[in-house]
Design a protein around this ligand. Structure first.
Ligand SMILES: Nc1ncnc2c1ncn2[C@@H]1O[C@H](COP(=O)(O)OP(=O)(O)OP(=O)(O)O)[C@@H](O)[C@H]1O
Ligand SMILES: [Mg+2]
Length: 802
């Protein structure tokens, strides 16, 4: 039955908002149109109608809802398939809300739903996957075969050949996981074994636990026995302890008394007779000293009083007390005496200071006194030389008068000379002295010369000497007056000076007396101090002797007491040594008991620990057994999986070689029909088994070609241009198409070889026809050059809008 697509009706599918109906012929159909004109949409509409899906949805390139035209509510495609006998009308509707419907019209019969789906499967005879491999030859899938690394290419080829399913099964076998699990178990086993190794040996441990339990049982027996024994001993000890207390008391008393007696024996070496003689002599000395002390302090009554008191006989100790009392009184009196001395000392000091002050004052006045004396001397000298003040006053007025007289005389002399001069100068001719006419001028001249000489020499000299004398007398007069005034001033100071000197003298005398008294008292003080010291020493000695004498009596009493004590002790019948032995025994036993108990505690603890360890060992052993059991199971499973994998690989490689064998012929057939370059004349596919980087076995396809020029077989893909490669991919796809059984008699190619020229496209179309394909639908952007018998369906950009 030759089945081909007769027509397609498209509504609301992808590019087509408006309905579009296309008629196809049995033979070559070229759907031609520019980019985005809707070529692929037509082909995908056919795929969608037959299978309810497209490979883009399967590969999640877009969702199913995307196949509905954006401006339509539903997509509906009807494909009419026809053969010489029958025709089928398949309509698939898909509403935006997710509702889908399939209807198949076979003659008069209309099928829907599941039966319709089953009918379509039966008509086409291929699954959707096989349809994609054998019928709808999509440019993207073809590209995968020729571009990319050998590994990805080989994978694509496998997929194309339908061999990938086995690979998928092979890969889905979780060998790694199982191995991982096995490793994990092995690691766990190792860990457990290590843990077990770190624990003690089980048998040894069991033996040890047995031993320890035995020991613990022993303690359970011995401890109560020991406790009982200690209880008994303690009771005896308590009884003895009471006796011990009394014994200890008596013993301490005894020891004390013995010690006192011993002490007396040791310290009081002197006997009572000598002691009492010595004491009498000492009493005499004490009395003498105290009496002398009181006498020296002018207290004679006290001595009499003491003598009287001593005569009233008292005990030795009372006598000592009496002496001590008088000694204290004497000491007090002596203290008073010492205080007096101190007061005197202070007085002496203040007097000394007063004396110094007077001396200082005198020294201040000394200068004035000296001045007074000197002035007095000077006054006496002056009076002696110049006479008294009165006489000197008279002499002064006398001299003043004389000077006046001399001056007058000089003045008249001078006048005479002046007149004489005027005569000589011719102003007059009369002598000024005798008032006579001058006859002899020369004589007159001589007289004038003499007069001038006299005036200057005698007159002046006399005046000067008188004046000098006056000056001297006046000075002396003034000095005398001054001295007298000053002397009157100083007189008071001099009087004070004399007074102070008298006071100083008196004070000095007083101080001397005081010092003498002080000296006497101090001497006395030293003496009394000596007496006191002596008395004190004698009293001390006497006191100790008196005490000793008193003690002798006590000792006799104590000795009697001691005898009584010893008897009491004997009566008590207590042996401290025995008591100590008993006490020690109790102590030792108690400490033993403590040790036993501690050891038992320790034992129990150790036992617990060991039992814990044993339990741990048992647990680990059990876990280990479980693990090795599981390990064995998994290992068995692992081996089985390995076998399955091996079988799968074998089956795969068997299948592969068969497919390849069959494919080789078809490829060469297609090669000869389509590839017209002439540089290669034959193709070959070889399978090479390699190991990947990770060590997995992998089959790689190698495409080889026989070079026409030298007949050499060479890998072809590295040598071809991109267009040539596209051709090879197409050749491969066409060959695979030929392999399919139950295939429909049409093939759909969406841009089969994108990068080939128009001429080549034409020869591809012709080649495909030559290969005997009943119906070929090819979508391409550019119209293939004049092709015979080809139906051309031209799409324009606007077409889908019509
Ligand atoms: N759901 C949709 N609703 C509306 N328009 C759509 C929808 N899906 C696709 N189209 C339109 O359809 C056109 C694509 O159509 P198609 O893929 O069939 O073009 P083509 O002819 O195959 O182009 P090329 O030569 O590039 O392969 C685009 O213009 C796109 O906008
Ligand atoms: Mg397209």
């Amino acid at each position: 039955m030759k089945l081909y697509i007769k027509s397609v009706d498209i509504r609301g599918f992808r590019a087509f908002e408006r309905p579009l109906t296309l008629e196809f012929q049995c033979g070559i159909n070229l759907v031609v149109g520019p980019v985005g004109s809707g070529k692929t949409s037509i082909l995908k509409a056919i795929e969608f109608c037959l299978y309810g899906t497209v490979s883009e949805i399967k590969r999640r390139i877009y969702r199913k809802a995307d196949i509905i035209n954006d401006f339509s509510e539903a997509a509906e495609v009807t494909v009419e398939l026809a053969s010489s006998e029958k025709s089928f009308k398949i309509t698939r509707t898909y509403i935006r809300k997710g509702f889908e419907q399939l209807k198949v019209q076979v003659g008069e019969k209309l099928l829907e739903g599941e039966p319709a789906e089953a009918e379509v499967q039966k008509i086409i005879g291929l699954t959707h996957e096989d349809f994609a491999r054998h019928v709808f030859l999509d440019y993207h899938r073809l590209q995968e075969i020729i571009f990319g690394s050998p590994a990805t290419r080989s994978l694509a080829i496998d997929k194309h050949l339908g061999l990938y399913t086995i690979e998928r099964v092979f890969r889905s076998i979780p060998l790694g996981l199982v191995k991982e699990k096995l490793d994990m178990l092995a690691a766990k086993e190792k860990e457990l074994k290590e843990e077990l190794d770190s624990l003690p040996d089980r048998e040894e441990l069991v033996r040890e636990i047995g031993e320890l339990e035995e020991e613990a049982r022993n303690y359970d027996r011995t401890i109560p026995e020991l406790e009982e024994r200690i209880k008994k001993l303690k009771k005896t000890l308590e009884e003895q302890a009471q006796k011990k207390r009394i014994y200890d008391e008596l013993k301490t008393k005894q020891e004390k008394i013995e010690a006192i007696i011993e002490h007396y024996r040791r310290t009081r070496k002197i006997d009572p007779k000598t002691a009492s003689d010595l004491l009498s002599a000492l009493y005499e000395k004490i009395k003498e000293n105290i009496c002398e002390g009181f006498n020296l302090l002018y207290n004679l009554k006290k001595c009499e009083e003491l003598t009287q008191k001593l005569e009233e006989k008292g005990t030795q100790l009372e006598t000592i007390k009496l002496f001590e009392k008088y000694y204290e009184e004497l000491e007090k009196e002596f203290d008073r005496f010492s205080t007096e001395i101190e007061e005197l000392e202070r007085e002496r000091l203040s007097k000394d200071i007063a004396l110094r002050n007077i001396e200082k004052e005198i020294s201040v006045l000394q200068a004035s006194k000296l001045e007074y004396e000197e002035l007095e001397d000077e006054l006496a000298r002056l009076t002696e030389k110049y006479g008294s003040e009165k006489v000197l006053g008279e002499k002064l007025s006398q001299l003043e008068r004389e000077i006046e007289r001399l001056k007058n005389k000089m003045r008249s002399e001078t006048c005479k000379v002046l007149l004489q001069k005027s005569v000589l100068e011719g102003k007059s001719d009369t002598c000024p002295i005798c008032e006579q006419k001058i006859e002899n001028i020369d004589e007159f001249r001589e007289k004038y010369r003499k007069a001038v000489k006299n005036l200057s020499k005698l007159g002046k000299e006399k005046l000067e000497s008188t004046e000098n004398k006056l000056e001297e007398y006046r000075k002396a007069y003034d000095r005398i007056r001054l001295l007298r005034r000053r002397l009157v001033e100083l007189e008071e100071v001099v009087a004070k000076y004399a007074e102070l000197e008298a006071t100083l003298e008196k004070a000095k005398k007083e101080l001397e007396e005081l010092e003498e008294t002080l000296e006497d008292r101090k001497r006395l003080q030293v003496k009394i101090k000596g007496i006191l010291r002596g008395a004190r020493a004698y009293i001390k000695k006497a006191s100790s002797l008196a005490t000793a004498l008193a003690g002798w009596k006590d000792i006799t009493r104590l000795q009697k007491e001691l005898e009584a004590l010893s008897k009491n002790i004997d009566k008590l019948n207590f042996d401290p040594a025995e008591y100590e032995i008993l006490e020690n025994e109790v102590k030792t036993l108690t400490s033993n008991l403590e040790n036993y108990k501690a050891r038992k505690e320790e034992l129990i603890q150790t036992l617990e620990d060991k039992r814990g360890t044993l339990a741990e060992i048992e647990r680990l052993n059990a876990e280990l057994a479980a693990i090795s059991q599981k390990e064995k199971e998994i290992e068995r499973f692992y081996k089985r999986l390995l076998k399955v994998r091996r079988a799968l690989r074998e089956a795969q490689s068997e299948l592969r070689s068969r497919v390849i064998e069959e494919l080789k012929e078809r490829i060469n057939e297609a090669f000869r029909a389509i590839y017209r370059y002439g540089d290669y004349e034959e193709l070959d596919i070889r399978v090479e088994n390699i190991r990947t980087e990770k060590g997995y076995p992998r089959s790689i396809y190698r495409l080889l070609a026989k070079r026409t020029r030298d007949g050499q077989w060479v890998p072809i893909l590295p040598r071809l241009s991109d267009g040539q490669k596209s051709l090879i991919a197409l050749i491969f796809a066409v060959a695979v198409h030929g392999l399919a059984e139950n295939k429909p008699d049409f093939v759909i190619l969406d841009e089969p070889a994108p990068n080939i020229d128009e001429v080549l496209k034409r020869s591809v179309a012709i080649g495909l026809q030559k290969l005997g394909m009943q119906q070929v639908i090819i979508a391409t952007q550019s119209e293939i050059l004049k092709t015979e018998n080809a139906k051309i369906i031209s799409l324009k950009q606007e077409m889908r809008k019509e």
